[in-house]
Design a protein around this ligand. Structure first.
Ligand code: TRP
Length: 334
């Protein structure tokens, strides 16, 4: 609890170009729930280096992502938007928690197995202990809730296990966080292979809508979206392409699948795809415009970065000091 509000923490990596999936599945919800909680939204650049990054590219993308948080509607005066690497307590707590996490637990992480397979030439220790850094992120702020996608569920569970283990030894040090799986939990699939999740790293640009795509490209990509030959707009697993388009339309227009099916009853796929394309372009346009406006205001963004890093540091150090004292590190002499 902070000022009578529950604390919420989440983060995103600044790798790849954000897609409509990231926006509808995460960012848009972050904005909606931000009124209700005391929110910390981090650009988790320390996680990013578990995969080799080009330094200037990483710096650029991190700033761009932070700017996008604001462009999407998160108020940086009310919420703490900051770079993970600006708060050294993340690294310090992660080290400590490493000593309370078992190899066996980390060995079970499916994301580690996937990433190790994908990056077989660089299976570094950081990739292995990635979930511990994530636990540190969350526990540093005594977070009550953490909105994440299903793919991060295992990391949330290990975070809870670490917190409970630590509390079991030292008393109530950490708030044990709850996972927050948004309402619709919009999971957006690829436009070309609707059985696959829409991904920043997809090599086919027609498979994903990027947040910065212009209106024409968005409409064109939806027109080319893979569907089926059933010629009916119904919401069922047997028509994954159409189902995905309905999900996207619902998330973008704030409608339910039933309403959508009714709205397009008897209409052709062409007309439906155009409607989805236009609706999506319509919701992304204001975000894009705001982003372009913010990018020009360097000193404003710099001030946000500075002030929020200070705020995050303040809260993070409080928890870190408490932990250090509990485990027996000597007090600093001031
Ligand atoms: N691992 C998360 C992802 O890739 C990002 C992340 C890092 C995160 N630290 C976090 C998410 C803490 C929620 C809370 O999506």
């Amino acid at each position: 609890m902070l000022d009578g509000k529950k604390v919420l923490f989440s983060g995103m990596q600044a790798t790849g170009t954000l897609t409509l999936g990231n926006y509808l599945g995460a960012l848009k919800n972050w904005v909606t729930i931000s009124d209700e909680y005391e929110c910390f939204y981090s650009v988790v650049d320390m996680h990013s280096i578990t995969i080799r990054q080009d330094p200037s590219e990483l710096r650029k993308r991190a700033r761009s992502l932070l700017t996008l948080y604001i462009a999407a509607g998160i108020d940086p005066e009310k919420n703490c938007i900051y770079y993970q690497s600006h708060v050294s307590a993340h690294a310090e707590l992660a080290w400590i928690l490493n000593c309370y996490t078992y190899m066996g637990e980390l060995n079970r992480m499916t994301q580690f197995k996937d990433k190790a397979q994908k990056h077989a030439d660089n299976i570094n220790a950081g990739l292995f202990t990635y979930p511990v850094l994530m636990a540190a992120d969350i526990l540093l702020f005594q977070s009550d809730v953490v909105p994440v996608g299903i793919d991060q569920m295992q990391h949330l569970e290990i975070t809870r296990d670490i917190a409970q283990r630590f509390n079991g030894i030292y008393g109530d040090v950490f708030t044990v966080p709850e996972i927050y799986l948004g309402k619709a939990g919009a999971k957006i699939m690829s436009l070309q292979e609707p059985e696959k999740k829409m991904s920043k790293s997809d090599e086919n640009p027609n498979a994903s809508i990027y947040l910065m795509d212009d209106t024409d490209s968005i409409i064109r990509k939806f027109k080319r979206a893979v569907t089926d030959s059933e010629a009916q707009i119904v919401y069922r697993d047997e028509q994954p392409g159409i189902k995905n388009l309905i999900d996207i339309y619902c998330a973008a227009a704030g409608k339910t699948p039933e309403e959508t099916v009714k709205e397009f009853e008897g209409k052709g796929y062409g007309e439906f795809k155009s409607a989805v394309g236009e609706t999506v372009a319509g919701i992304l346009k204001p975000v894009q415009d705001k982003y372009q406006e913010l990018v020009k205001d360097k000193s404003y963004i710099d001030a946000i970065i500075k002030n929020n890093a200070q705020k995050a540091n303040y809260f993070a150090s409080k928890t870190l000091r408490k932990v250090q004292r509990k485990i027996g590190f000597p007090d600093k002499i001031r």
